[in-house]
Design a protein around this ligand. Sequence first.
Ligand SMILES: [Zn+2]
Length: 73
Amino acid sequence: MSRILFFAAIAGLVYLLLRAYRKNSVEPHVDAPSKTEDMVVCAQCGVHVPKSEGVQGQGRNFCCAAHRDAYRG
Ligand SMILES: [Zn+2]
C-alpha cells in the first residue's frame, strides 16, 4: 500500500514539474514579440518583414524594392 502512495507522490511531483516547466517555456514566447524588432507589412503583397529588411517608399513599407516599384497607390 505504501508503494502505491509513493508512486502517486512521484506522479504528482512529475505533474507539478511538467506544469512548471511548461509555464517557463511558454513565457519566452510571450516575451519574444516585444524583443524582436518592429514588423511592417508590405503594401504590395501583404508579407510581414522586419522594418530593417523592408523598403520604404511613397510613405509605405514594402518587402523588397521590386514591390516598392510595382506599387501604385
Ligand atoms: Zn511584397
